[in-house]
Ligand binder design. Structure first.
Ligand code: GDP
Ligand code: MN
Length: 381
């Protein structure tokens, strides 16, 4: 789960990391009042779950509340890396003397958290890593002991020779570790960690990715979730007992069992098609589940054909067939449908479908090929 900057800064603040005292707003009018309250100059910043907002024109430094209003107007609704800007952070602007980078993530190869720091901050850190890797310094962290004060200082002195600035940075690093550890993050990042003209150190940007597998420990943070439209769909699906992952192809898939769902996607791909989703309706597929699943598939405007692939084991084909008929009675759709059905009670299932005017196939490859043909993808025959 990714947080937006205003949420990440709130958590940073709770852990004692210095951050600007800004205000999150959702309208240009609110941005103007925030600018009046904070006192100009201010920075108006797009809130999206992605970086590179500065380059995309989503970060604007303004000198008056009227300018804040105009900046907010131009940034709201902007599309940044396919996120629509719906929120802004209005932060007091500061005079920057230098931009640095500090972050913590898990090094999967070493199986340890690692702190990264660089004097080349403010810019894309991936670019620094690719072009001048020697400019990034690393400190592995023993997760049980935590980041040691001397380790933080060693790293901070790679960025600053000035003792006061190095110690202030080391203190931020210690707090950043406390935060990373305390909230079960998989990434925390400050880019830029800014040195101001008065020599103080402050986090001007904040990025946090939380570990979804640890969210049960942090119900408060679950409330911070700002799902993207496709994540919202996945969450709704989960609440109906469906495992759904949206993809970008055009063949909607409805399958019982995760393994069969994977195999179905593989077969579609192999035959030259592209699956629009992963969807496992699970065992004991009640008609309600099938109806929800069908609704999910047809609500995706990319879907040009639906492939329903059922292998009856514990799940009975006649149950799924009845569910499907009920779903199709309820949902009016022109999207062509291919059903492959085999296994427990298949004769009964196929009969129910054929009474409804659907001819079920028994072979998965044949079904996938037919779905690709109906989606108009061509594929290979
Ligand atoms: P990102 O582009 O999504 O990473 O957004 P950032 O929050 O990192 O902002 C991009 C850049 O805007 C920073 O690297 C700074 O150079 C600049 N910036 C952000 N806040 C301020 C500020 O208060 N004063 C000034 N002068 N520049 C700022
Ligand atoms: Mn940044």
């Amino acid at each position: 789960m990714k947080l937006e900057e205003f949420q990440a800064k709130k958590l940073f603040r709770e852990y004692g990391i210095p951050v600007p005292d800004g205000i999150m707003v959702t309208t240009a009018e609110e941005a103007r009042s925030a600018a009046e309250k904070i006192e100009c100059p201010v920075v108006v910043k797009a809130q999206v779950q992605a970086g590179g907002r500065g380059k995309a024109g989503g970060v604007k430094l303004v000198k008056t509340p009227a300018e804040a209003y105009m900046a907010a107007n131009s940034i709201l609704g902007m599309d940044i890396k396919s996120f629509r800007v719906e929120r802004l952070l209005v932060d007091p602007a500061v005079s920057i003397a230098g931009e640095y980078y500090v972050g913590i993530t898990i090094d999967r190869r070493k199986k340890l958290p690692v702190m990264m720091a660089s004097a080349s901050g403010g810019v894309d850190i991936e670019k620094v890593a690719a072009e001048t890797p020697e400019k990034i310094f690393f400190q592995e962290i023993n997760p049980e002991r935590g980041l040691r004060s001397f380790e933080a200082k060693q790293l901070a002195f790679q960025l600053f020779t000035d003792k006061r600035k190095a110690l202030a940075t080391a203190s931020v690093m210690m707090k950043l570790w406390d935060c990373f550890h305390g909230i079960d993050a998989s990434l925390v990042e400050i880019n830029p960690l800014a040195e101001l003209e008065d020599g103080s150190i402050i986090a001007l940007d904040a990025k946090i990715v939380l570990d979804d597998n640890a969210m049960f420990k942090h119900p408060v943070m679950e409330e911070m979730r700002l799902p993207t439209p496709s994540e919202q769909k996945e969450l709704d699906a989960r609440s109906h007992g469906l495992s759904y992952v949206q993809l970008d192809g055009d063949i909607g898939c409805m399958v019982n069992g995760a393994g069969l769902a994977m195999a179905t996607m593989d077969v579609i791909k192999h035959l030259g098609g592209t699956p629009a989703n992963f969807l496992d309706i699970g065992g004991s597929s009640s008609p309600e589940k099938v109806i929800h699943a069908m609704e999910l598939l047809v609500s995706d405007s990319n879907v040009k054909a639906v492939f329903i692939n059922v292998f009856g084991g514990i799940t009975r084909c006649d149950d799924v067939a009845s569910g499907l008929v009920a779903a199709l009675r309820e949902i009016q759709t022109d999207i062509p449908l291919v059903v492959r059905m085999t296994g427990t009670n298949e004769e009964e299932g196929i009969r129910i479908l054929s009474d409804f005017g659907i001819t079920a196939l028994k072979d998965m490859t044949e079904g996938a090929r037919e779905a690709i043909r109906l989606a108009g993808e061509g594929g290979c025959s």
